[in-house]
Design a protein around this ligand. Structure first.
Ligand code: ATP
Ligand code: MG
Length: 259
């Protein structure tokens, strides 16, 4: 189970969660995309606009429904989704009084463990904060995939995120690893972008993926059609970059002897 997380807004989390999930699904893996962001962008990007879905992540978190009941199909037969519904926006507050509120997602999934076993990969799209929804993702997942832009302020955010991941690992989820860091919305015309990437590679030599996701208009257009980029324009540079990312994620997991 992979959490796609970065507390900074607009770094490419949702685009990465959706298109990585679709690319893994296109490689015949069974993939479940879970939208943990009340904005619901990942849900609409796979055809389940937040306002239309009736059951979703919120009901699952509150234990109102089982995993099976929360699952919605998508246009790709091997990709399913648990959408965000409007009430997810209240979850941060409602969960304040719940005991062990950081592990409600992990427990909901454990209750549905036979259904969880149906999926090769579960991809969690996190909101842009380190609040209770993100914390639930980090407690439930075995790894965090970090999308980031090659910008100076993104670099500052990365340190805070890595600290948080280490703290969650020490206190709440000893299995948690960093799956990798992927640079998004890359504009090769800027020198600064190349410097930022070089800097992050120096600090995390094994974590930065070789593939860099370019700025590509197809990636920003496809969500409005409710489709991942590979169903919208598979030849586009964006769709191809995410297919490459999926291959790299799979190859690196194989090296680590993970499924
Ligand atoms: N490679 C790309 N090329 C062009 N546009 C992109 C690319 N990646 C993302 N975008 C666009 O940039 C915006 C932010 O991306 P995205 O929604 O994936 O980020 P996010 O980290 O999920 O944001 P938030 O923090 O609000 O959840 C979106 O409008 C998206 O369509
Ligand atoms: Mg998002």
């Amino acid at each position: 189970m992979l959490a796609v997380s970065n507390q900074k807004g607009g770094e490419g989390k949702t685009t990465t969660a959706v298109n990585l999930a679709a690319s893994l699904a296109a490689a015949e893996h069974r993939v479940l995309l879970v939208d943990l962001d009340p904005q619901g962008n990942a849900s609409s990007a796979v055809g389940h606009a937040r306002t239309e879905a009736r059951r979703g992540t919120y009901d699952l978190l509150l234990g109102a429904i089982s995993l099976e009941e929360a699952i919605h199909p998508t246009e790709l037969s091997t990709l399913s989704a648990i959408p965000a519904t409007p009430d997810l926006a209240g979850a941060e507050i409602e969960l304040v009084d719940v005991e062990h509120r950081e592990s409600v997602l992990a427990r909901a999934l454990r209750r549905s463990s036979t259904a969880v076993a149906d999926w090769d990969y579960i991809v969690l799209d996190c909101p842009p904060s380190l609040g209770i929804l993100t914390l639930n993702a980090l407690v439930a997942a075995d790894a965090v995939l970090i999308p980031m832009q090659a910008k100076y302020f993104s670099l500052e955010g990365l340190g805070a995120l890595v600290d948080t991941i280490h703290r969650v690992r020490d206190a709440l989820n000893p299995r948690l690893e960093i799956e990798g860091i992927v640079f998004c919305m890359y504009d090769r015309r800027t020198n600064l972008a190349q410097q930022v990437i070089a800097e992050v590679r120096k600090h995390f030599p094994t974590l930065v993926y070789d593939v860099v996701i370019p700025q590509n208009v197809r990636l920003s257009e496809s969500p409005s059609f409710g489709k991942p980029a590979l169903l919208y324009d598979i030849e586009s540079k964006g769709a191809q970059a995410y297919l490459q990312l999926a291959r790299e994620v799979l190859a690196r997991r194989e090296e680590r002897a993970l499924p």
